[in-house]
Design a binder for this molecule. Structure first.
Ligand code: C2E
Ligand code: MG
Ligand code: MG
Length: 583
């Protein structure tokens, strides 16, 4: 089939048109790598070249007389065809991308150039179309776009993609009056895993986190990785913050399960900060900044939780400054006669005999205007500001003074546990403060015990071990407080000179109803005993908890069931009554 040479096409007086005869054009047509299709005025196919057959699988005989729409795949929008016909009618030519179907059923994108051939009277006689298969181009372009918009490790959208998707969601949200939640998710202590087990293990964990995040939300929600161990989830259409809280809870639970990476079993709980459009910000910058502030709030609230951004967080910052100043004032005005601080004592009871074998000293701060400030608050501030150093010294000396009073009253067998914070432990002078205070009140090392939280013990392992050894060498008993809340390595714990593990009260709380907590208690007690340690349970509030722990072989019990922490005078009365009862 030969293309006709007439109409507009042959009217041009260009050199090619004049010099090339029909023979040459036919050869070009037959040998062209581009597929060519020629149809008549009714758009019935009157000619195709061999390249067309190669591209579509249809032979000349199969194509003749049919319409080009025999190739339609159904994937090109109808509007595209309308645009094409309009252009052919008004301009005589059209170019564009069309998705076609080959004879074997496969669908492919092609680039089409179509022109209209008219006779001398301007009547349409033919349509001539040339096609190029652009699947490979498209794949390459898609791959490039994927690379630019995706994180290569997790295959999640990256920051760039997230920003444009969020902008799109915000535009939609603004129009329809919807609320949008932005959740910034940071893994707790991920750096620890990277530093101790290596980047490939960290990478493996991040991949799994990405999968769990994707599974925790709907397909229409956005999940992206911002970098490092920071992920983001956008819920683009929610009724209110409660929905975001539910999803955050689900994310938290799903991420908190253990991970298996190679031969390692790992834990990576999330801290989640949430901001809500439009109440917490109108654009992506502000929303992200506020989610970030909320995330830090979650970290400082003890990690593994979620927090909403609220303007009240700024108020919290100024309240904290006020408390810091008050604490500074209170610490600097301690005198032997007067102090805003005092000590309370809580009994520790031998599980087998029910007798009081020790006390824990707990600091209290009563401020003239702030009132009773919880130790969690002021100890944290004291640690962050360095005030724990002088305050810790005072707690130490005051405890020793009280023990001397107990002894004078004939209360001989109770050892008193003193909480030591990370800052104090890092100070080389600690063993001297301890021995100095003991000597001053004529006490021996067996009168006291030091409690170090699990997370403190895990900081700076080499240094910590050296200081703990120095204390233990002098005969001072050490226990690990809040055990189970940190990220301990057993191998490390085995090398610390400790005598006791204090099982954190969060596990004791639901011991009867939560199988996980019961299992953790039972495993910790067995583990402690295997390492030759005594196990103390904190927060024992009910007889059922007591019996349960005793059955598991827990050595010592402490909690409101026996007594709340009491001021010195009251604990003396408590101990004297106990002495009278048990002899
Ligand atoms: P901790 O050392 O784990 O102390 C035990 C906490 O559990 C105390 O809270 C105690 O009152 C509370 N508790 C005891 N039995 C029960 C119970 O049956 N149920 C419940 N719900 N709670 C119980 P407190 O006195 O508020 O102290 C909180 C934390 O503040 C302490 O936890 C300790 O980490 C820190 N802290 C307190 N005093 C000092 C101190 O003198 N020095 C240092 N460095 N930290 C201290
Ligand atoms: Mg303690
Ligand atoms: Mg504790």
């Amino acid at each position: 089939m030969q293309p006709e040479r007439n109409g507009q096409d042959s009217q041009g007086d260009g050199a090619a048109g004049c010099a090339l005869g029909g023979e040459v054009l036919l050869r070009v047509y037959l040998q062209s790598h581009e597929a060519v299709l020629i149809s008549d005025a009714d758009n019935r196919i009157v000619g195709i070249n061999p390249a067309f057959t190669r591209m579509t699988g249809y032979s000349l005989a199969e194509a003749l007389g049919r319409q080009p729409k025999m190739l339609a795949s159904g994937q090109t929008p109808a509007a595209k065809y309308r645009e094409m016909w309009l252009a052919l009618k008004t301009q005589g030519c059209w170019q564009g991308e069309i998705w076609d179907r080959r004879k074997d059923g496969s669908v492919f994108p092609k680039w089409a150039s179509i022109s209209v051939i008219r006779n001398g009277l301007g009547v349409v006689v033919n349509y001539v179309a040339t096609f190029t298969d652009i699947s490979e181009h498209k794949e390459a372009a898609d791959r490039l776009a994927h690379l630019a918009y995706h994180d290569p490790l997790t295959q999640l959208p990256n920051r760039l993609a997230f920003e444009s998707q969020l902008d799109l969601a915000l535009k939609g949200g603004g129009r329809e009056g919807r609320q949008i939640a932005l959740m910034l998710i940071d893994l707790d202590r991920f750096k620890n895993i990277n530093d101790t087990l290596g980047h490939h293990v960290g990478d493996g964990l991040l991949k799994e986190v990405a999968v769990r995040l994707r599974e925790s939300v709907r397909a229409s929600d956005i999940v992206a990785r911002l970098g490092g161990d920071e992920f983001i989830v956008v819920l683009p259409d929610i009724d209110g913050p409660l929905v975001a809280a539910n999803v955050a809870g689900k994310v938290q639970r799903n991420l908190a399960d253990s991970y298996r990476v190679g031969e390692h079993v790992l834990y990576a709980t999330p801290s989640i900060g949430i901001s809500i459009y439009p109440s917490d910000g109108g654009d992506s910058d502000v929303l992200l900044r506020n989610a970030d502030a909320a995330m830090y709030h979650a970290k400082s609230a003890g990690r593994n939780n979620f927090q909403f951004y609220a303007a009240s967080m700024n108020e919290a910052a100024s309240a904290r400054l006020q408390m810091e100043n008050a604490l500074r004032q209170a610490v600097s005005s301690i005198t032997p006669e007067a102090s805003q601080f005092s000590l309370h004592f809580q009994p520790q009871v031998d599980a087998a005999s029910g007798r009081v074998i020790g006390l824990e000293a707990l600091a209290r701060w009563l401020h003239p205007t702030l009132g009773q400030v919880p130790p969690i608050d002021f100890i944290t501030i004291a640690e962050e500001t360095g005030l724990i150093q002088p305050l810790g010294d005072w707690i130490f000396w005051e405890t020793c003074r009280q023990i001397r009073v107990f002894r004078q009253l004939g209360l001989l067998d109770v050892r008193v546990a003193i909480n030591i914070s990370a800052q104090q432990l890092r100070h080389e002078s600690l063993p001297f403060v301890v021995l100095g205070a003991l000597a001053c009140y004529d006490l021996s090392v067996s009168d006291i015990e030091l409690e170090i939280t699990e997370s403190t013990a895990m900081q700076n392992p080499e240094r910590t071990r050296a200081i703990l050894n120095a204390l233990a060498d002098r005969g001072i008993a050490l226990s690990i407080d809040d055990f189970g809340t940190g990220y301990s390595s057993l191998a490390y714990l085995k090398h610390l000179p400790i005598r006791r593990l204090k099982l954190d009260r969060s596990f004791v709380k639901d011991i009867e109803t939560d199988g996980n907590d019961a299992a953790i208690c039972s495993a910790t007690i067995a583990l402690g005993h295997n390492l030759g340690l005594e196990v103390v349970a904190e927060g024992v509030e009910t007889p059922a908890q007591r019996d349960f722990l005793a059955r598991l072989g827990c050595d010592v019990l402490q909690g409101y069931l026996y007594s709340k922490p009491l001021p010195a005078a009251e604990i003396i009365a408590y101990l004297q009554a106990e002495l009278a009862l048990n002899g």
